[in-house]
Write a protein that binds this ligand. Structure first.
Ligand code: PLP
Length: 404
């Protein structure tokens, strides 16, 4: 009889966003007169910028003419996009990354979820706690994580690196030795950003123990401070121990359009095997590329007009983030993140649990956020607010929280 992949059955239900949705619907149904403001969303809300729309239109027209029609894209993605990424995101920052080390994809979620396939079944992974759930769940599906303990909400074969107020939400080097280390900076959900010397410590550590760092830089565009690296390849030695993931979702509003890329440097090797060759093989076998029109839209993100328009878009979200951060601080809350990130991470007041505060905020302030405990046990008694709402709603929500 056919058998299912039983690893999937080990996954605990992910009730975070469905529970939030149910609670909000129930509240709205009972109080139809109240305006509920959602600052829980991890999705952008502003429309695509004009430069991107123009590029989409013209690429659509190209696809409608025999002489400019395109079929399957090249395996790694179109040269025009990989070249401009290599130049602007890497070489301009002194990182020696070339176009043939960049793999275009339809987003960072797939890439961060799929990358584990090129590693052995018995390796150990280390993740931050709280964490973006994709890193852990994809390894659960592959059978690497051991058994789940409902009490502690942890997996027996995963190394957790707690990110707490005590360490300013910067993970310390793990006590046990990992093979793969997932890092995400600026971080979702805590909004914490890493400094270059701190990230260098991680690179040095990975090289010393022979580990590979999987670096998720999906929020790179929100970096404002000079000592925060935009790429892990700004660190010495990272070319031989790190893979980097980028996304057009948060930097250019492509959450619905879908585009991202992964950088695998050619000298990155495990046991003498080049990971670039393995990822190229995987890409070639299981993936047929992001759409031509979307890759053209991605190219427009790097045009002078596109860059200027996107700077304005990011500035809009940054203004929201600053309003939330400052407003909550004035109101006496303990807040972090929000500077190099669209996420504000707040401590719940009065030792309320994350869900108690969720209910309190929904009922008393009609504001929706995300309970920190949904991202891992160290997220308990924390709460995430996002800068992706409209400015008017953000101001109103913060003013309501202040008035509680
Ligand atoms: C939003 C997000 C991504 C981007 O995912 P896409 O699939 O590119 O939309 C990646 N990593 C983290 C941590 C995120 O929050």
């Amino acid at each position: 009889m056919v058998q299912v992949n039983e690893n999937y059955l080990k996954l605990p239900g992910s009730y975070l966003f469905s529970t939030i949705g149910k609670k909000v619907s129930a509240y709205s149904a009972a109080h139809p007169d109240r305006k509920v403001i959602r600052l829980g969303i991890g999705d952008v809300t502003l429309p695509l910028v004009p430069a991107v729309i123009e590029a989409l239109h013209s690429a659509v027209d190209e696809m409608g003419r025999a002489e400019s029609f395109r079929g399957y894209a090249p395996d790694l993605g179109y040269e025009f996009l990989r070249e401009i990424i290599a130049r602007q995101d890497y070489q301009a920052r002194g990182c020696g990354i070339s176009a043939d080390e960049i793999f275009i994809s339809d987003g960072a979620k797939c890439d961060t979820g799929n990358i584990q396939e090129i590693f052995g079944p018995n390796i150990r992974i280390a993740v931050c706690d709280p964490v973006y759930p994709v890193y852990v769940d994809s390894n659960v599906m592959a059978g690497r994580t051991g058994s789940y303990d409902r009490e502690s909400e942890t997996w027996s074969n995963v190394i957790y690196m707690p990110c707490t107020e005590e360490n300013q939400f910067m993970p310390g080097l793990p006590k046990e030795t990992p093979d793969l280390i997932y890092l995400c900076f600026p971080n979702n959900p805590t909004g914490a950003a890493v400094t270059k010397p701190k990230l260098q410590e991680w690179v040095d550590y990975a090289m010393k123990i022979g580990a590979v760092i999987l670096y998720d830089a999906a929020y790179e565009a929100y970096i404002q401070e000079d000592d925060v690296p935009h790429s892990i390849y700004e660190c010495r030695g990272a070319r031989s121990c790190a893979i980097e993931f980028r996304s057009f979702s948060k930097n250019a509003g492509f959450t619905g359009l879908r585009l991202g890329f992964t950088v695998v440097p050619k000298e990155l090797k495990c046991g003498g095997v080049a990971l670039h060759a393995l990822w190229a093989r995987r890409h070639g076998t299981k993936y047929n590329g992001a759409p031509y029109i979307v890759q053209r839209a991605g190219e427009a993100v790097y045009s002078p007009a596109g860059k200027a328009q996107l700077q304005e878009q990011i500035a809009y979200y940054r203004k929201n983030a600053a309003y939330i951060f400052n407003g909550l601080k004035e109101a006496g809350y303990t807040v972090s993140g929000g500077v190099n990130s669209p996420y504000i991470w707040m401590k719940t007041p009065g030792r309320m649990t994350s869900w108690e505060f969720f209910d309190y905020l929904l009922e008393k302030g009609n504001v929706v956020g995300t309970p920190g405990s949904g991202f891992g046990p160290s997220g308990e008694r924390y709460f995430r607010l996002t800068a992706f709402g409209s400015y008017e709603n953000t101001v109103e929500a913060v003013d309501r929280i202040k008035a509680l």
